[in-house]
Structure formats: structure tokens, C-alpha cells
Design a protein around this ligand. Structure first.
Ligand code: IPD
Ligand code: CA
Ligand code: CA
Length: 265
């Protein structure tokens, strides 16, 4: 898996700064690099494990009923990539009988390969990684993301605002798979996002779990691959984050967003 992810990452770098932007939706970008990377990954998987099913962002899934299923995001962070902002990666995960058993995320611009196997821990370039020990939300650095698909329907700006005021800050770098890996290695203490897809989360979720963290939905229910809610943390901050989410969903204790007209005056 690592070799395939590295090969796909090298392919992405060859396309970087050289691709035209195409649109799947209003602000939903895709490039030739997304497609070429997925084609390469599919070819490699098929050559090694011809009977496995593959769900990839660009080509979808043909479900043959195999016990093994891959989740492939051939380029996570397409908008960044298309603008030359160097935060993007290749994400691959393998499921057996519905259970995540292996995940790899490769960031070619930093040459960072995150890898995890169920029950064997999580690694960054071969070195074991662990989630952070931050125990107070007020001392944490967390991350989130905003999908480009159906963005008018996304309520996340409220959560972004409220959680910003309760932490050291909220980063929004544009690659959910890397955000999850950064929770796994302790650069972030937590991460959440609405409406992610299986290929965004499958590898990163295993990374967080194998690094000692926790992943759930926004009500502390188990994370499911088709879930529209992803909440990851170092575990210690999980109750506090979930509590804040419940409060925000109920509209309790909200800090008002300053009125821009007031500022102008
Ligand atoms: C996107 C990125 C982004 C997240 C979006 C995803 P893509 O994936 O992970 O960080 O906020 O929800 O769709 O489209 O670049 O593969
Ligand atoms: Ca993605
Ligand atoms: Ca993608």
C-alpha cells in the first residue's frame, strides 16, 4: 500500500502547477491529476489483488461482493492542489468484512507517509506516532473542513466560530485525510467535519484509532464509514468537544458573531 501511495504521490507532483481546473459542480474542482492518480492506484491494486473491490472518488464502486474493499482518494485536497497550495495527499484504506484493517496517507510535498494496520499501531515514515496529551479544550489546536459540494447547506461556520473562541484556534487547511493524520501524530488535538465521504476518512480514522485517539459521530455514537459526521480527537478532549457540539446544536451559550456593519461604523 505504501509503495502504491508513494507512486501516486510522485505522479501528483509531476502534475502540480501544470493542470487545468475542471468542475464537477459550482466550486467542486477536479483535475487530470485526480483521474490519473486513481487510474494508477486501481491498476496497481488490480494487479496485486484482482478480486478486491475498489471504491474510488473519481470512478466510484463496482460491488462484486468481495470480502475486501479499498477506499481510495487519489488526491485529497484538490482545491489546494489546483491553486498550488501545498497541502494535499493520497489516501488509501483497506476493509475486510466491513472492518478497516489498513490505511496509508502520503503527503508528497513533505515526503510524509502515515500508515496504520489494525492492532499494530500508527507510524509516520516508519516511526511510531501517538495522539497529543492536551487535556483542556482551551489549550487545544483543532481543525475542520468545509466541503465544496452543497456548501450552501453546511452549518459548519457556526461551529467554526464557537470552537475558535474556546480553543487556541481552528485550522482549515483543506485536506481531511491529512487533518486526521495530524490528530494521529499530535499536531492537532481534534478534528471534525460534516458530510465527508468514505474515501476522505477511511485511512485517517484508522490512523487516529491506532495512534490512541478516538473517532465518533457528533453524539458519541460509533463512527461509521457512511456517517455524515466525523469527530476525531486525542480521546482526552472527546467529552468536551461533544459537549460543545450539543450546546451549539441546541443554540445554548453561543458567542454572537460581531456585526460587520458595526465595525464599519
Ligand atoms: C476535500 C478535502 C477537504 C474537505 C472536503 C473534501 P477533495 O476532499 O478533504 O479538506 O473539507 O470536505 O471533500 O475533494 O479535495 O478530495
Ligand atoms: Ca477528499
Ligand atoms: Ca479527492
Amino acid at each position: 500500500m505504501s509503495e502504491i501511495a508513494r507512486e501516486a504521490g510522485a505522479l501528483l507532483l509531476r502534475y502540480l502547477h501544470r493542470v487545468a481546473i475542471q468542475y464537477k459542480g459550482e466550486a467542486d474542482l477536479v483535475t487530470e491529476a485526480d483521474r490519473a492518480s486513481e487510474a494508477l492506484i486501481r491498476e496497481r491494486i488490480r494487479a496485486l489483488w484482482p478480486a478486491h473491490d475498489i471504491m474510488g472518488e473519481e470512478q466510484g464502486l463496482v460491488d462484486t461482493g468481495s470480502e475486501y474493499r479499498w477506499y481510495v482518494d487519489p488526491l485529497d485536497g484538490t482545491t489546494n492542489f489546483a491553486h498550488g497550495y501545498p497541502v494535499f495527499c493520497v489516501s488509501m484504506a483497506l476493509e475486510h468484512k466491513g472492518k478497516r484493517i489498513a490505511g496509508v496517507v502520503f503527503d508528497p510535498t513533505r515526503n510524509e507517509l502515515f500508515a496504520a494496520e489494525k492492532g499494530s499501531g500508527a507510524f509516520l515514515n516508519g516511526q511510531p506516532i501517538h495522539v497529543s496529551k492536551t487535556a483542556k479544550l482551551s489549550e487545544s489546536l483543532v481543525a475542520t473542513g468545509f466541503p465544496s459540494h452543497k456548501r450552501h447547506k453546511n452549518p459548519n461556520i457556526h461551529f467554526y466560530h464557537q470552537i475558535t473562541l474556546r480553543t487556541h484556534g481552528v485550522r482549515r487547511a483543506g485536506s481531511a485525510a491529512l487533518d486526521l493524520c495530524y490528530v494521529a501524530c499530535g499536531r492537532f488535538d481534534g478534528f471534525w467535519e460534516f458530510n465527508l465521504n468514505p474515501w476522505d476518512t477511511a485511512a485517517g480514522v484508522l490512523l487516529v484509532e491506532e495512534a490512541g485517539g478516538k473517532v465518533s459521530d457528533f453524539s458519541d455514537g460509533p463512527f461509521q464509514i457512511e456517517s455524515r459526521e466525523t469527530m476525531a480527537s486525542n480521546g482526552l478532549l472527546h467529552p468536551a468537544l461533544l459537549h460543545e457540539f450539543q450546546e451549539i446544536f441546541q443554540g445554548r451559550g453561543l458567542e454572537p458573531i460581531p456585526d460587520p456593519r458595526q465595525h464599519k461604523r
